[in-house]
Design a protein around this ligand. Structure first.
Ligand SMILES: *Cc1c(COP(=O)(O)O)cnc(C)c1O
Length: 396
């Protein structure tokens, strides 16, 4: 069955919930046993959906886990209270003192902060690598390399990684692979099918989709699942059943929303590219984008998050404010993947240590990250057009 069909029923068990279509919110810490024998057995009898203690999961969280694991072809998914926790928890579970981590230079900023902060304190050394390195990652592998972490497309810069080439080298060398798959969602890229061990979703973004939930998920292959589950047990990471309920509710419409984010995003990308103030649009689904070949090979769709680069003279705060402050349909704020459009300026070059941004030969300027929401794309374009007219009136 196609994903769009599956996503409607995955994780639902109406027969276990009085026929209710959605698994209800189970709020629980203590789970009572009928007898001492049952209580003593609860640990022994710990199947995937056993309910033994709130922290270990309840039917609401199991439903979301089951749905995400099925969509990404994993053995099991585990939930975290945020997307960032879904990045840090597997790293803590798989790395120890003296280990070496290879981390994409295009990783999410707080992921980098975690590597340079807590992981360093714990004795883990991180080497940031060029996201476009592909099979060249072989040259960076050391005997102590335990994990290769990818993020594709990268945060802010949207480089598409050669995931299968990197996973093949890692698998041959007995190195675990992890990927932050938030941009593509479980619908448009399935990392485990490409040999990756652990796939991470900041479900705060598209999976939840309504700008009102913090949620993360880690989807594990059969080989990686025991070690990941041990890490969760040791760290005590668990997600709220209320948030799991909302994430699941959002997920039911994911395929519909993503189609709209994809087509509207491309329409805006093409329109932006034609504006004289724009020197570059960074979107892997555009045929001339450097990441397009790999995107086309591996992905089955695109999200609505991409970047465009304004001419450098528009980089000062006054010009940017004239452009952004008066937009009616674009919010100014962090996160993305909700139903509403967002636009924020950024400086991705400052977040890199292994590779420059812009890449040699590419134009420099003010990077703007746009999250194209579910509004009518023509209205979004009209709003941006008015913004460009305000910019032009500055006469810069
Ligand atoms: C937002 C984001 C995260 C973190 O998710 P939170 O739920 O905000 O903690 C992780 N990775 C990527 C790529 C993100 O964009």
């Amino acid at each position: 069955m196609k994903d769009a069909t599956q996503i409607v029923s995955l994780g639902r068990r109406p027969d276990e919930h009085q026929g209710a279509v959605n698994p209800p919110v189970y709020r629980a810490s203590t789970i009572l046993s009928e007898t001492l024998a049952e209580y003593r057995n609860a640990g022994a009898n710990r199947g995937r959906r056993a309910v033994t203690y709130g922290r270990h999961g309840v039917p609401t969280t199991h439903a979301l886990e089951d749905a995400l694991a099925a969509l990404e072809n994993g053995a099991r998914a585990r939930l975290c209270p945020s997307g960032l926790a879904a990045v840090t928890t597997p790293l803590l579970a798989f790395l120890g003192a003296g280990d070496h981590l290879l981390m994409s230079d295009s990783c999410y900023g707080p992921t980098r902060r975690f590597c340079n902060g807590m992981l360093r304190r714990l004795g883990v050394e991180t080497t940031f690598y060029d996201p476009l390195i592909g099979a060249g990652v072989r040259d960076l592998v050391r005997p102590s390399t335990r994990v290769i972490f990818m993020e594709s497309p990268g945060s802010w810069t949207f480089e598409v990684q050669d995931v299968s080439a990197i996973a093949e080298i890692a698998n041959d060398a007995g190195i675990w692979t992890m990927i932050d798959n938030t941009w593509a969602t479980p619908l448009y890229f399935k990392p485990l099918d490409f040999g990756v061990d652990l796939s991470i979703q900041a479900a705060t973004k598209y999976v939840s989709g309504h700008a009102d939930v913090m949620m993360g998920a880690v989807i594990a292959s059969k080989a990686a699942e025991p070690k990941l589950s041990r890490g969760f047990l040791e760290l005590g990471v668990s997600a709220s059943p209320d948030d799991a309920y909302l994430a699941l509710r959002g997920m039911r419409t994911l395929s519909l929303r993503m189609e709209r984010h994809w087509t509207s995003g491309l329409k805006l990308a093409e329109w932006l590219f034609a504006q004289p103030e724009v020197v570059e649009v960074v979107h892997p689904a555009l045929p001339w984008d450097p990441g397009h070949r790999l995107w086309k090979r591996d992905f089955s769709g695109a999200s609505g998050l991409f970047a465009f680069v304004l001419r450098p003279e528009f980089a000062d705060t006054r010009a940017l404010s004239v452009f952004v402050d008066n937009l009616e349909l674009f919010g100014i704020g962090d996160s993305w993947g909700g139903f509403e459009s967002l636009l924020v300026p950024g400086a991705p070059g400052r977040l890199r240590s292994a590779t420059p941004w812009p890449r040699p030969g590419r134009p420099d300027g003010q990077v703007m990250r746009i999250s194209v929401g579910l509004e009518d794309p023509d209205d979004l374009i009209a709003d941006l057009r008015a913004g460009f007219e305000r910019l032009r009136s500055l006469g810069l």
